[in-house]
Design a protein around this ligand. Structure first.
Ligand code: K7E
Ligand code: RUQ
Ligand code: CUA
Ligand code: CA
Length: 622
């Protein structure tokens, strides 16, 4: 399939003649030009971004070529970085509450968190952007919650979480990925095996536990169906043509202790035939559990005895971890974790062979503790070695041709600092990786930074990988707050972020500065306030209520100018709702403490920011 793709030669004759590194150097000469144009000015849609330089420096005032979306792990958020500078640009709260962005403080986001379970944290591992035709389309980012069995959708126009769905048959959602090429479905991968439904039955009968793969419609963000398996499911990735979705399973033993989970010599890559599963759902061949159609994909299921099995189980060496599909869609590669190899499955063969194990076409010996694999645009794979604290670069086709277990396809190993989990190359999860930057997410930083007490930052290391002759070049250490697991690196020109809100995109009606729009209304002990805000005041300079009233304040930031934010903060009432320009939010609370409370703006917005205040006067009940 690779053959009909444009080669570098087709793209630009200049690229064809000079090696990448020389181009980047030549780029330094052109540097003046690029800085005049702004850093992204050189980009047009078919050209690979130049990168600032192989040392990853981006001068003050210039922009990065890429966005990186890093998961925040048990912080529950997503962090946005610029690549190659590794400057942290923003954090997007998802499963956590976050006062600076007012997330979980206004009524709408509070209800979203409440309706998806009411938890105050989540464990985000895998941020995967939506794609169209196997290319990032800049629309959404999907993330999992390993702690509570949920998936969330982030809107990439506003960089905010706009939907969360609770997956009732999954206790922990681990892998997350959409179905490619066009994001027709989004999958949450169920890690913890539990009874189904988990209502007190089969408590100590682990053989009766199971886990599910859940399918979600991307828009609206609705749960569609589950497929049930006996084993656990760990990481996941999609094939490129809408047929197969792959996960790893390390607990085919169906054990509940570490020694039980590691007792067998082999576990699985589980391959889900998505159209076949959809046919089964369509034909009503499911059982409903917690209101969700659950299709039986277990090994002994009659549905797996058809000519077109729903789920195929491929043996791989004990306790694999990551699985990722190569950019050309040909192979699914599973990392061995407890075994020093990566196993290569040829995806098209899954349709042809009776025994799914016959789809295994290669096994390369990479080193100790292989966890995750990323790709460049030149046929190389890069695998993290957790135990050896290295990244190993190897040749995919050479590994298919080599003997099983051979080390020969390995090209290079580079030390990292220390104990890497994921690694992510620019657009590596798409059909067209960029092949220049690689981020390695190290779990341990040990001696790399100034000490900050017993909780250490992690270390996200940036490599330049665009020069095969020079090899991988480590260019940057970046401390990270706990704890990124995975990331996606997206070319900056694929996104079109809004800089102010479009009031039509919001549920709540815009409140202008006109008198009709600003009012206080009372209905029994419910008080409803609508008021605008702007530099340097709120629509009302005071609001009088009575002790015990339930108060709703709806407010619009009427600023037209980007980057002028205000908030509506109320001391001792635990209220802090942010409003960006043209944004409307509302907050509801019970005025249960009599007294004077200064409503103030917590965003530094102007020289008179401190004066941007209003009084909440709470009259004591008699
Ligand atoms: Cu390896 Cu959640 Cu992708 Cu962590 S998982 S490292
Ligand atoms: S004041 S500029 Cu609190 Cu020192 Cu902010
Ligand atoms: Cu508005 Cu500070
Ligand atoms: Ca196992």
């Amino acid at each position: 399939r690779r053959t009909d793709e444009p080669t570098t030669d087709d793209r630009d004759p200049l690229f064809a003649r000079i090696p990448r590194r020389d181009f980047v150097k030549a780029g330094a000469a052109v540097g003046a030009m690029s800085s005049l144009a702004g850093c992204t000015g050189l980009l047009d849609t078919d050209e690979t971004p130049s990168g600032a330089d192989v040392d990853g420096s981006v001068p003050p005032g210039e922009h990065d070529d890429y966005y990186a979306f890093l998961s925040g792990g048990h912080s529950g958020d997503v962090r946005v970085y610029g690549v190659p500078s590794m400057r942290q640009l923003m954090r997007i709260p998802v499963f956590n509450i976050e006062s600076a962005r007012g997330y979980g403080f206004d009524d709408e986001t509070r209800a979203m968190l409440e309706e998806s379970g009411g938890y105050t944290w989540g464990d985000v591992h895998h941020p995967r952007p939506s794609q169209t035709d196997n290319t990032y389309d800049g629309e959404w980012l999907f993330v999992n919650d390993k702690a509570n069995g949920r998936m969330a959708r982030i809107d990439l126009e506003y960089f905010e979480t706009d939907a969360i769905v609770d997956l009732p048959n999954q206790q922990g959602t681990h892998g997350a990925c959409a179905l490619m090429p066009d994001t027709r479905l989004v999958f949450g991968v169920g890690e913890f095996r539990v009874p189904m439904p988990n209502d007190g039955r089969d408590l100590d009968d682990p053989g009766a536990y199971g886990s599910v793969l859940s399918a979600i419609d991307p828009d609206p963000f609705n749960h569609q169906w589950d497929v049930k398996v006996d084993c656990n499911l760990d990481n996941g990735d999609s094939g490129k043509d809408g047929t197969w979705f792959f996960t790893t399973s390390y607990n085919t033993e169906e054990g509940v202790t570490e020694s039980e989970m590691t007792s067998a010599d082999t576990d699985y890559v589980v391959a889900f035939n998505v159209p076949a599963i959809e046919d089964a759902v369509e034909a009503g061949e499911y059982e409903e559990v917690n209101g969700v159609p659950v299709v039986d994909g277990t090994e002994d299921s009659p549905l797996n005895r058809n000519s077109e099995p729903l789920v195929r189980y491929v043996d791989v060496p004990t306790n694999p971890h990551g699985v990722s599909v190569t950019p050309d869609g040909r192979y699914a590669i599973a990392s061995g974790k407890l075994d020093p190899t990566c196993t290569i499955i040829e995806i098209d063969r899954l349709d042809e062979v009776d025994d799914p194990n016959d789809a295994v076409v290669g096994r390369v010996n990479v080193g100790n503790g292989p966890l995750h694999t990323a790709y460049d645009d030149r046929g190389h794979a890069y695998t993290t070695l957790f135990v050896d604290s290295q990244v190993v670069k190897w040749d995919i086709e050479a590994a298919v041709e080599a003997e099983m277990g051979s080390e020969d396809p390995v090209i290079e190993k580079h030390d990292v600092h220390y104990s890497p989990g994921h690694l992510i190359a620019a657009e590596s999860y798409t059909g067209d990786p960029q092949g220049d930057w690689l981020i390695v997410l190290n779990k341990l930083s040990k001696d790399r930074f100034l000490p900050v007490g017993p909780v250490f930052p992690e270390n996200d290391q940036l490599f330049y990988i665009g020069d095969d002759e020079a090899g991988m070049q480590l260019v940057k250490d970046t401390p990270a707050y706990p704890e990124p697991h995975d990331a996606s690196i997206v070319r900056a020109d694929r996104l079109e972020p809004a800089s102010v809100y479009d009031p039509d995109d919001l549920e709540l009606e815009f409140i202008s500065a006109s008198d009709e729009d600003n009012f206080v209304e009372r209905d029994g002990d419910r008080v409803h306030v609508e008021m605008y805000n702007t530099r340097n005041h709120f629509g009302f300079s005071d609001i009088a209520v009575s002790e015990g009233d339930e108060v709703t304040i709806r407010t619009t930031n009427i600023e037209q100018e980007e980057d002028i934010l205000h908030s509506l903060a109320i001391p001792q009432y635990d209220v802090n709702v942010k409003t960006a320009p043209q944004e409307t939010r509302e907050v509801t609370f019970t005025a249960d403490k009599p007294g004077v409370y200064w409503i103030y703006c917590a965003y530094f917005c102007s020289a008179l920011h401190l004066e941007m205040r209003s009084r909440l006067l709470v009259e004591p009940a008699d």
